[in-house]
Design a binder for this molecule. Structure first.
Ligand code: SF4
Length: 476
């Protein structure tokens, strides 16, 4: 479970079919998806005969040197960048997971979280299966290997019908790329193309969690992989099939609120448009008399632009973020109040002094960081601090591949909005309504969304019942 004051991104996946430097394109794609997981990364490539792997803990740019990439040169590749949502945070659980199975050599990379992995794993272990990792993704690998179907595509479809929960997956065999999404379409997965040019006779087909990965390698966005769809790209071309009937689509709305990059298109919709609309809607629902709109960088910036445009209150960058903060930092022995937040953010006193400020952020998880930021803005001379949040209160944990605190740690699960306002020390506090959130993200237009972390209503049955009961009110 997360210890930060934000929900943590899950994972990013990328796949490349037919390019002389597929491993380098996968590397560039992972670099663009780095915000989705900073713990480990890996690439598996194929030279048409066998698979080659390199994976390690750390950031994409540190893991893959030119020399390391040249050792895994191939024309097909898949890649994964990870923040662990299940399984220990260790190299053993880094992905892709590569195995030699009775269907040949395969490797798999997964974004999401299976809700019935524990149950399947216990059954398989009782029957003698030996698991090498504690990651839920390995369950899929075992299901593929044990499937009675004779061909790899049929075995994959058979395995996918047995798992529940969230999965956007890419898989590689020596001569094919597979891309698939769960029947509810929780996590995004887009397909793009680099047209053939020069000596290359064949287009390059690319799949990625977000389209920002396409931009870096010069690919055009083509379409979404649909919920319940399995796309196979191989020597015979691109084939698509639905391995299971689509269920009511439950794409993660938090991708639009926070996770995805604003320059990406996810679930077929530009994130920038959703985020700006969130801010506009917030200004309509919760107006306030103020002199400045100030985003909490970087996550609140786009919503703040929308709030400022709708309200007519000028937008000013009154908080500056230091982008070069490492994981650990030496703190002075004489403790400095709010040191952690001060390392990352600094207020611009000349802008804030004597002003009534609307602070815009995209979420309050535990409330501890918001409290420090409000204090920081006040100490820089703001006369009033009004907090506006571009989504509804987060009251329930996620079971679909997002690292969230337990329910008892979510401030909004245990306190009223007024109690949270008092805790963070703001003059006023408002959240966006659930209707406003859905409207801003165009729910029901092309996509219907999962909003379970705001409503407690989960699209699948398999969730931790104790966790979804009303949280025990714990107040200091
Ligand atoms: S519970 Fe929240 S974070 Fe998880 S998939 Fe649903 S909307 Fe996304």
């Amino acid at each position: 479970m997360t210890t930060s004051d934000k929900f943590r991104d899950e994972c990013g996946v990328v796949a490349i079919y037919s390019h002389p430097e597929a491993e380098t394109l996968a590397y560039l794609g992972l670099h663009a998806l780095q915000h989705r997981g900073q713990e480990s990364a890996g690439i598996v490539s194929s030279d048409g005969m066998s698979l080659h792997i390199h994976k390690s803990m750390g950031l994409v740019a540190d893991i893959f040197t030119e020399k390391k990439l040249s050792r895994i040169r191939g024309t097909l590749a898949i890649g994964h960048t990870r923040y662990s949502t299940t399984g220990d945070s260790a190299i053993l659980n880094a992905q892709p997971i590569m195995v030699q199975s009775n269907k040949g050599m395969i490797a798999l990379a997964h974004n999401g979280n299976l809700t019935n992995a524990g149950e399947i794993r216990a059954r398989m272990e009782a029957q003698g299966s030996i698991f090498q990792t504690s990651s839920d993704t390995e369950v899929i690998v075992h299901l593929i290997a044990q499937s009675r179907e004779h061909t790899l595509p049929e075995a994959v479809a058979d395995a996918l019908r047995r798992v529940e929960g969230a999965f956007s997956l890419v898989m590689i065999s020596p001569d094919r790329i597979f891309a698939m999404r769960d029947p509810r379409g929780f996590r995004p997965l887009a397909m793009g193309r680099i047209p053939a040019q020069g000596d290359r006779k064949e287009d390059t087909v690319i799949f990625a969690s977000e389209t920002c990965a396409f931009d870096l390698v010069g690919a055009n966005y083509e379409r979404e992989v649909k919920p319940g769809e399995l796309v196979i790209v191989g020597p015979e071309g691109t084939h698509s099939r639905f391995y299971a009937p689509a269920l009511l689509q439950s794409s993660c709305i938090f991708e639009h609120v926070y996770f995805s990059r604003p320059d990406s298109r996810v679930f077929g919709r530009p994130v920038q448009e959703s985020r700006e609309q969130l801010g506009r809607q917030l200004a309509i629902e919760s107006p306030v008399e103020a002199d400045l709109v100030v985003p909490v960088p970087d996550s609140g910036v786009t919503a703040a632009m929308g709030f400022a445009a709708e309200s007519g209150i000028p937008l000013r960058f009154g908080l500056i973020r230091n982008h070069y903060v490492g994981r650990t930092f030496i703190e002075p022995q004489q403790s400095v109040r709010d040191f952690g937040v001060k390392l990352k953010l600094n207020p611009v006193r000349s802008l804030l002094e004597g002003k009534r400020v609307v602070l815009i952020d995209d979420s309050i998880v535990r409330g501890t960081t918001s409290r420090k930021i409000v204090r920081m803005v006040r100490s820089a001379g703001a006369t009033e601090v009004h907090m506006r949040i571009s989504c509804p209160p987060t009251i329930s944990p996620c079971y679909y591949g997002v690292d969230t605190p337990r329910k008892k740690e979510l401030i909004a699960a245990n306190n009223s909005v007024e109690e949270i306002r008092q805790y963070i020390g703001a003059d006023s506090l408002s959240y966006l309504s659930i209707e406003g959130l859905k409207k801003a993200c165009r729910d029901g237009d092309k996509t219907t969304y999962c909003t379970a972390c705001y409503t407690g209503r989960y699209p699948t049955n398999l969730v931790d019942v104790e966790e979804i009961q009303p949280a025990v009110v714990e107040k200091a």
